[in-house]
Each structure stands twice: as structure tokens, then as C-alpha cells.
Design a protein around this ligand. Sequence first.
Ligand code: NI
Length: 183
Amino acid sequence: MILPIYLYGHPVLRKTARDISPDYPNLNVLLENMFETMYQAEGIGLAAPQIGLEDRILVIDLNPFKKEDPGCENFKKVFINAHIVERDGEENGMEEGCLSIPNIHEKVLRFNRIRIQYLDENLQPHDEVYEGYRARVIQHEYDHLDGILFVDRISGLRKQMIRSRLTKISNGIVHCSYKVKRF
Ligand code: NI
């Protein structure tokens, strides 16, 4: 089922998401819906707050980037109760966008390397290190779990330049090819 994606300005995008318990109801259905919602919006990642849930759940599929980065091939993953425990390496700048902030792309600095602890879709624990593009996307999606959006990480000047467009989005004035929840 395709779910509406919550837009910039909705308070749920500013909440700190909670770990889920092992008896979380219909987890598989939720994960399926999250992937379906992400694919129809042509996204590569989606965090639960973007569909209105305050749960620490992320889905990511980087297959569209396999040509640019071989590490992205078959990188289709679920991160539950995700916690980044280390960030290091050089900080690199790269343009990012977000399904909750349509039509805006800005350069964001991110650490090149992260270590993340999480549960997979079968609730099995993992402790893994990622670098490069995978680390970037995980950090972007992970930020959603802490109520942080990529526009919080751009320079004050750039933020000023897009301020009126952000205000429009939070007022529901935005053109979007996918189903959204306007606040
Ligand atoms: Ni995003």
C-alpha cells in the first residue's frame, strides 16, 4: 500500500523516534508499505517519521546508484532501532534531496564513515561500518529519526536563500508527483 509522505513543516518530522519492541504489530506489512511508498516516489531511502510514525525504522535501496558506486549494488536494507555509534573520516560535501522537501537540493557535509548498530527485518542484531555514498544515505535517513532534516545542515546563507520555498512547502504549496500529506 502506498502511504502519503509527510511534508516539511509537519511536527512529526521534528520528533525523536523511539525504538520499537519485538512484538510490534504487522512489522512486515509496514516494511513492505515503506518500500512501495519509497519506490513510487523514486526515492532511495525512507524513514518512518516521513509516513507519520515516531519509530526508529528506515528502509534504503541504493540499486539505482550501482553504476556510480559498485557498493550500492543489491544494497536493499532495513534498519530497525538504528543507532549510529561512531562517525569519522573526512567530511565530504554532496547534493542531497528529501522526499519530505520536494524540489530542493542542497550540498550537505557528512562524515565519510559511520558505524551503526541496528536490527534487520528479522530483528537480528547487526553492528556494521559503512563508507562513502552508503554512509551518506544512512546518515540522511538516520537524521530523520532524530528530527533533523538536511536543510538543518546547510549554511545559514543557503538556508536564507531557500527559506521562502520551505515556507511554501510547509503551507502545502508544492508540486509533487507522489502522494503527500500536507500539514
Ligand atoms: Ni529525507
